[in-house]
Write a protein that binds this ligand. Structure first.
Ligand code: KG4
Ligand code: ZN
Length: 336
């Protein structure tokens, strides 16, 4: 066991291919489609699927070469099974399954969110449940109680927009471009987070999230300010918007730790690349003596290595996905 696993991630707009062996990441290559989608102001599913098709063979060669191994050395092949965009998922899933079939290797269809849950392990081998994990990306915002590896309970999730989606939509109304998260992160550097007090949806449903009220409030604020001619600087608005989102994410994560008694916090998803969020999580967990494990930004965004890490665990348990299994765009954590 512990032979190399070739892992694919194609659920959204990043084509990720990695080789993982046990706790070690032998290679992890990524082709981002951000520029391709930026002129549309968001991810276009058909464009994403086609772009995965174009990138996947070259990236597979690259991943094997970087790892210094040949297809013959592989012990298994894994790919994201869901959740995600159906066309995008199909590309990686079918490619991986065909490769596994032709080499007579086991195939593992992996839950994308479980991949994020495993992502802190790529850099911190001592990260383990029981823990609470904050997963925040363009498609998801969830708080997960990890009772053990493979034993997860979703404590709360967003009832409207995902946190990354909120960043993206708010950046658009502020004229900051796509993707909005990094743009707001950068603009906030020169802004005052206390300049405007935007609402925080903290009280409704303890572990659930809602960002639609914030969106309305920012829109109303910008319209009023433009009419009155007293528009604060773009940097101040960006920093204030960021603070409102970060406050909610941090507070709800702390609530989840308190309610479950977890002393370990994990995190993942593109929004965890946000510098203010990382700093605030570090401060607040430190003050409470909680152990925080947030991967480096390049492992917070979607990548093949996290799928590989989850696949290592699944393979060790003797699991393999039946050849007839298809992708599942609406997959819920715990269903695989
Ligand atoms: O996990 P991810 O790469 O893809 C999925 O959506 O699954 O996350 C992308 C999201 C986008 O909404 C993007 O705006 C957000 O993560 N994001 C950030 C930052 N970097 C990426 N949000 C806030 N601050 C950032 N620095
Ligand atoms: Zn993701």
């Amino acid at each position: 066991m512990n032979g190399p696993i070739l892992a694919f991630e194609t659920s959204c707009d990043e084509t990720g291919v990695a080789v993982v062996a046990g706790d070690r990441v032998l290679s992890n290559v990524l082709s981002s489609q951000v520029e391709l989608h930026s002129r549309f102001g968001g991810v276009v599913p058909e464009v994403a699927a086609r772009s995965h098709v174009e990138a996947i063979r070259g990236l597979t060669h690259q991943a094997l070469m970087d790892a210094g191994i040949h297809l013959n050395d592989l012990e298994a092949v894994a790919a994201t099974q869901g959740p995600g965009l159906v066309g995008a998922l199909l590309v990686g899933h079918s490619f991986a399954k065909a490769l596994a079939w032709s080499r007579r290797l086991p195939f593992l269809g992996i839950d994308h969110m479980e991949g994020h849950l495993f992502s802190p392990r790529l850099e911190y081998p001592d990260f383990r449940p029981p823990a609470v994990a904050l997963l925040a990306s363009g498609g998801h915002t969830q708080l997960v109680h990890m009772r053990d590896w493979g034993d997860y309970r979703i404590l709360g999730e967003t009832i409207d927009d995902a946190a990354g989606e909120a960043f993206d939509k708010l950046a658009r109304v502020m004229g900051l471009g796509f993707p909005g998260g990094p743009a707001i992160d950068r603009a906030s550097e020169a802004g005052d987070p206390a300049a405007v007090r935007f609402p925080r949806a903290l009280s409704q449903r303890r572990h659930h999230f809602s960002f639609s009220g914030l969106k309305t409030s920012v829109n109303t604020f910008l319209e009023k300010a433009a009419r009155s001619g007293e528009l604060p600087s773009r940097e101040d608005v960006a920093a204030s918007v960021q603070e409102a989102i970060v406050d909610v994410l941090v507070q709800k994560t702390l609530n989840a730790a308190e309610d479950t008694g977890a002393r370990v916090i994990g995190a993942g998803g593109g929004v965890l690349a946000n510098r203010r969020l990382r700093a605030r999580l570090a401060d607040e967990t430190d003050r409470r003596g909680l152990d925080l494990y947030v991967p480096s930004p390049r492992l917070c965004v979607d990548n093949g290595a996290m799928i590989g890490a989850a696949a290592v665990y699944r393979l060790e348990r003797g699991e393999a996905t039946p050849w007839g299994a298809g992708v599942d765009p609406g997959l819920r954590l715990g269903a695989v």
